[in-house]
Design a protein around this ligand. Structure first.
Ligand code: CUA
Length: 158
């Protein structure tokens, strides 16, 4: 028996929608990989101190990049290195962070910086600090007994 014309159209439409749906999921899963999109660079978590740029935490002026400064943070239970850092007002900054042990958060209160730091991955975020003042970096992933004590300070100065 031949399929009715409309059945055929609906079948094609249905399969097409399914393929579209699955590929949308597939593509987003591929890009996001169940991690923040910035978490694509890997690192040996036991060699963080010897691995660039984490061998030198803090603020560094860079040339020839889309940003003016790189602000490098290393997290470990229950602190960030650097614990305090000054950033020039209006500078375009690439925040680059990783963790030496367990999962930590990296949220900068009052900004849109909110990253998850996972062992073995490098998290990056580009931002411009366009308001002077003190910004508190807090850990928003539970990481143990000292979780609530884990913080750092970014001072945006003129
Ligand atoms: Cu580190 Cu919570």
């Amino acid at each position: 028996m031949h399929m009715h014309k409309y059945e055929k159209i609906w079948l094609i439409f249905g399969v097409g929608a399914l393929v579209f749906f699955l590929s949308t999921i597939g593509v987003s899963a591929f890009y996001l990989g169940n991690k923040p999109a910035s978490c694509l660079t890997t690192i040996n978590p036991t060699k963080v101190d010897q691995t660039k740029p984490f061998n030198s935490p803090g603020l560094h002026k860079v040339e020839g990049k889309d940003w003016d400064y790189e602000l490098v943070f290393v997290a470990q239970t229950f602190s960030y290195n650097p614990a305090q850092v000054k950033v020039p007002l209006g500078a375009k900054v690439r925040v680059i962070a990783t963790t030496k042990d367990v999962v930590h958060g990296f949220e900068v209160a009052g900004t849109n910086i909110n990253m998850m730091l996972e062992p073995g991955y490098v998290s990056e975020y580009t931002t411009t600090f366009d308001k002077a003042g003190e910004y508190l970096v807090v850990c928003n992933e539970y990481c143990g007994a000292g979780h609530h004590l884990m913080s750092a300070k970014i001072e945006v100065v003129k």
